[in-house]
Design a protein around this ligand. Structure first.
Ligand SMILES: Nc1nc2c(ncn2[C@@H]2O[C@H](COP(=O)(O)OP(=O)(O)OP(=O)(O)O)[C@@H](O)[C@H]2O)c(=O)[nH]1
Ligand SMILES: [Mg+2]
Length: 390
């Protein structure tokens, strides 16, 4: 219990001081009228009220904590970056705990699933997907006995369903197909266009037109022009939006028009305005955002965020040959619900590109090699080898 005395000009003011200081639960023990020196009037005296009040110590502690919280809120709070770092640390702790403590006991009864679990937990798969996967398995297992193969199929099926794929050729029947290729510098946009253009023209026999918006660097469109010449394809260079509209008009007889764009940093403040001014609101354009398979999840998220003014029809995942950790792409494609169309697998034109499939994407996720691994080939976690052990 804590006792305190307050002097104020009247009872109302005294009670308000008590409430502010000791909280609404405070008990008034006594009130007195007092004659006190009037400091403001040069030696005179004035009437005042003296109130003695008591409060429970626990209440006072609560009150103090609540004041501290309010003060903390008034001061600038932790930065977004700090919150993200804390969240990452928590995720790391949770993942570490799961890794140390192994699969839940009900999963251990099914050896093949326990192996899959160990691969998934190391794959940095998004927690929500992992949790959903475990729940779906629990449901399957609760239904009764299953042959190992059926279980394996169901287990992989959940992962495959978490991600979507698309064949962009089938996204619309109107001609010409108008595809733009967007993404950061050097991610593989121009090479991907060259691969697709040569394949469409020489293998599928489609009429292909090329437009390069890549007018920023000297000779930027030379690379594409060279492939265009080899395959006998028209290439037009557009310096601004007006040029682009004109170029599209000129190529209207084609089956597909592939539009190359200059690489831009996702962190550039002017990016959204620039994309909008080049391509925003142009009808029938299907945007394909090219993402580097080897990119960190946080960087890939920044790219997706930076390019969000032009909602993508698909992600093209480039350079999968240079990546051993596919979790960033997998997690983001699941979260964003944007389908993956193509995977690029090397520098060769036109060989190194393929349509994405759910099986391939799940395989890429599960093949992740161990970090700090001095003998990557021996210890590589191929899905096939993992399942062979079952
Ligand atoms: N390993 C590997 N390299 C690739 C792949 N695709 C493209 N590259 C290489 O990546 C480099 C950059 O490719 P570009 O196609 O010029 O990239 P870009 O996105 O057009 O680059 P900017 O126009 O500068 O933004 C080149 O050396 C390509 O050969 C791939 O799938 N795997
Ligand atoms: Mg380029």
């Amino acid at each position: 219990m804590k006792l305190k005395t307050y002097v104020a000009k009247d009872l109302k003011e005294a009670l308000s001081q008590v409430k502010k200081d000791l909280g609404p639960e405070a008990v008034i023990l006594s009130t007195h009228s007092r004659n006190v020196p009037d400091n403001g009037s040069g030696g005179g005296r004035r009437q005042a009220v003296e109130v003695t009040a008591a409060a429970d110590l626990n209440t006072l502690v609560d009150l103090e904590e609540s004041r501290e919280r309010t003060a903390a809120l008034r001061n600038p709070g932790p930065s977004i970056q700090q919150i993200q770092e804390d969240l990452q640390e928590l995720k790391g702790l949770l993942r570490g705990w799961l890794q140390q403590n192994g699969p839940p006991s009900w999963l251990l009864q099914h050896r093949e699933l326990a192996i899959l679990y160990r691969v998934l937990i190391k794959s940095r798969l998004d927690e929500r997907v992992l949790l959903g996967w475990l729940q779906s398995l629990q449901k399957i297992l609760a239904q009764g006995e299953h042959a190992p193969l059926t279980l394996k199929k169901a287990a992989l099926g959940y992962l495959q369903d978490a991600i979507t794929v698309i064949n962009p050729w089938q996204t619309s029947s109107s001609r010409p197909h108008l595809w733009t290729f967007l993404g950061p510098t050097g991610v593989g946009k121009t090479t991907t266009i060259a691969k697709l253009a040569v394949r469409f023209a020489l293998v599928e026999n489609w009429r292909v037109g090329l437009i390069s918006l890549d007018n920023q660097r000297l000779g930027a469109h030379d690379q594409l022009a060279a492939y265009g010449r080899i395959a006998g394809l028209p290439l037009l260079v557009a310096h601004d939006r007006e040029d682009l509209v004109e170029a599209i008009q000129k190529l209207m007889e084609q089956d597909v028009i592939l539009i190359d764009t200059p690489g831009r940093s996702p962190y550039a403040p002017e990016l959204a305005a620039e994309l909008q001014s080049w391509l925003g609101g142009l009808p029938d354009l299907k945007h394909h955002l090219v993402l580097n398979a080897a990119g960190q999840e946080s960087h890939l998220a920044a790219v997706i965020h930076g390019y969000r003014v032009l909602p993508p029809t698909s992600y093209i995942v480039a350079k999968i040959d240079e990546s051993s950790d596919f979790s960033g792409i997998f997690n983001l494609a699941c979260q964003q619900r944007v389908p993956i169309s193509y995977l690029t697998t090397g520098q060769r034109v036109p060989e190194d590109i393929e349509l994405a499939s759910r099986e391939k994407l799940t395989n890429l996720l599960l093949r992740r090699t161990q970090p700090n691994n001095s003998q990557p080939n021996r210890r590589a976690f191929g899905l096939a080898s993992c399942l062979r052990k079952v």
